[in-house]
Each structure stands twice: as C-alpha cells, then as structure tokens.
Design a binder for this molecule. Structure first.
Ligand code: NAD
Ligand code: SER
Length: 313
C-alpha cells in the first residue's frame, strides 16, 4: 500500500486527485503539500503541509517524515501565465522537478509528473499527432515540459527511478479553478453559461484542442502509476485524450441543455497563437496498448454532468 506525497495539491488537478488518492490508499497515507493553503477538501481531509516544491531540502524532509514511497508532482506554472513570466515558469517547473527527482533518487520513491499537449509545436503533425514525433514547442511552458519528460526518462535510465507520466490535454472540471492555461476557456464557459447564459471566448470559434473531464484525468494518473512496469515503453510521455472541442462545438453541446446560450469572441492573440501551435487531435494508442487507457466521458456526458453540478442540468 503506497504512502504518497503530492506537490501543488491545491490546484485544479490536486483538488480532485488528493481526495481520490485518500479514498484509495487511506487519508493518513496521502500528504498534500502546496506553496499556499488550499481549500478544506485538500487541507483538512488528511495531512497537509505548506511546501515550496523548488526547495529540495524541504521536499526531502517532507518525504522522509511522511515515509513516502510515491510522489505525485503537480506544482507548476501553466502556459498562459508562463508567457507572462517565462523566467518564473522555467524556475518553478524545472527546479521543482529536479528537487523531486533528486529526493526520489535518494529515498527510492516512484514519481508521477504530468506533461502536456504543450510539448508539441507548429512543426508537429496536427491531426493526428503521433505519440513519437517532432517536439519543438514555442512556449516556455512547452520547453519545460519537453525538458521535464527527458529529465524523467534520464532519472529512470540512469538511476532506476520509477518515473511515469502522461501528456494531459486541456482539463475540464468544477471546483478549484484552472491555474492560467490556454485551455481555461473550456472551464470558464460552463460557469458563464450557468450564471449568465453567455460567454465571451478568448479563442476563436474553430480553435480545436484535445480535452478531458477531470475524473478521467485522475484515473489516468492513478492507472499509469499502478500499471505493470514491464509493459511500459513510453513511461513519462503518454499521449492521452478523451474528446476534441472548439469554442463553437462546445457551445453547440451546451445549447442542447441551455438553448438560449450565446457565445461571442474577443480573441486574445497570445493564447490564440499558443492554441494554433498545439495539436487538433493527439493519437493516444500507445497509452491504450501499454496500460489499457480508456476515457469514460465524451463531450455529451461531460457537458451534462458539468451543467448538472453547476445547477443548470
Ligand atoms: P494549477 O495551476 O491549477 O495548480 C498548480 C498548483 O501548484 C497550485 O496550487 C500552486 O499554488 C502550486 N504551486 C505553484 N508553485 C509552487 C511551488 N513553487 N511549490 C509548490 N506548489 C506550487 O495546475 P494544475 O492544472 O493542477 O496542473 C498540475 C500539473 O498538470 C502541471 O504540471 C500542469 O502543467 C499539468 N497539466 C495540467 C493541465 C490542465 O489542463 N489543468 C493540462 C496539462 C498538464
Ligand atoms: N491546460 C494546460 C494549459 O493550457 C495544457 O497543458 O496550459
């Protein structure tokens, strides 16, 4: 039975992943950490500690005191915030990963690190984007994600650290808001639809990206960590997806529930440029073949559940 430390536990993913890990492994076995105090579901549902994940000594002490054998490393700066402050994105994303991997090497931990569709760039084939293809992203976020995948591969090959990860698409959830990414529109649109019946999108009508509903994303993280190691070839960089959405196609889906919903557009050139450099549809057959990845939610099921939870189902 694992003993787990989660970094960046108060964010969009952590606020769903931590309760699920506590359900599976026991409340006391999952230490949630973040640089800030998160919502009570994370901070009070089991042990919580304020921890800067770039502080290698602090990470090492926390892993030792908790006797952790597994780290889910979620602390990061996302794509849109990264473009506003590239040095911060490089510092947080790379220093925290290096700290976690070094501690894992010293103390024998397994490590889950989420990568992203942000590893792809304008030269990557767009539809479908293969598992193994050209990775030359134009964002600092993507640069840190490519470097992160390679660093995780290196720690596995050189030191035998059990590193694993997936390339998440945009994630859709209720609860903790997204942390400043290019795909945040796919969350904002539901809150705006439920509250005001209209949404102004910062991406253009036809900007299609891969997406996934958070229960599937949480399951992917846990399943890849529990997968038979001998069956894994890609380890730190599995493409995973569940659906492809553009603002217009999601608006159409929302109108099946709220027929008067209105969408208009005020395109942000920075985030539009990032979206245009990312895939239209990634090929996740390696994840399906190597560890049985299978999404449960399509656009219709996700939309119905989001609107129901937000009181408009
Ligand atoms: P988020 O921004 O919602 O949460 C990140 C958390 O990290 C925040 O709670 C923040 O307080 C914390 N944090 C920031 N700096 C820290 C530091 N120095 N030390 C400790 N904690 C720190 O992000 P998220 O959406 O939960 O993403 C988690 C991971 O998943 C990231 O690696 C991200 O790149 C990846 N990912 C997310 C998505 C998505 O759509 N949400 C998609 C692809 C990949
Ligand atoms: N949702 C993330 C972002 O837009 C993708 O990694 O930054």
């Amino acid at each position: 039975m694992r003993r787990i430390l989660v970094t960046g536990a108060g964010g969009q993913i952590g606020s769903w992943l931590v309760p699920r890990l506590r359900e599976l492994y026991g409340d006391d076995r999952v230490l949630a950490t973040d640089i800030r105090t998160p919502d009570p579901v994370v901070a009070e549902g089991g042990p919580f500690q304020v921890l800067d994940a770039t502080d290698r000594k602090g990470v090492g002490q926390a892993v030792m005191r908790h006797d952790a054998d597994t780290v889910y490393h979620l602390a990061a700066i996302l794509s849109a915030v990264g473009e506003r402050d590239p040095r911060l994105a490089w510092h947080v994303n790379m220093s925290s990963l290096e700290a976690v991997l070094e501690v894992a090497r010293e103390q024998g931990c397994a490590v889950f690190t989420p990568s992203s569709i942000g590893v792809f760039g304008p030269e990557s084939p767009k539809d479908p984007t293969p598992q193994d293809t050209v990775n030359r992203p134009r964002t600092i976020y993507g640069v840190t994600k490519v470097a992160g995948e390679l660093l995780c591969d290196y720690y596995h090959a050189r030191y035998g650290v059990d590193t694993r990860g997936v390339r998440y698409p945009g994630l859709i959830s209720h609860g903790a808001p997204p942390g400043g990414g290019t795909t945040d529109w796919a969350v904002e649109i539901f809150y705006a639809a439920a509250r005001e019946g209209r949404y102004t999108s910062f991406l253009s009508a036809d900007a299609q990206l891969d997406m996934m509903y958070m229960p599937d994303a949480v399951r992917a993280a846990i399943e890849v960590m529990e997968a038979d190691a001998d069956a894994l070839t890609h380890r730190n960089a599995f493409n995973v997806t569940a659906m492809q959405l553009s603002p217009e196609s999601l608006a159409t889906e929302i109108r099946r529930h709220l027929p008067d919903f209105v969408i208009d557009y005020d395109v942000d050139p920075v985030r539009q440029g990032i979206a245009e450099s990312w895939p239209d549809r990634i090929d996740d057959s390696a994840a399906r073949e190597e560890w049985g990845w299978q999404p449960e939610y399509d656009a219709a099921a996700m939309t119905a559940e989001m609107l129901e939870v937000l009181g408009r189902g």
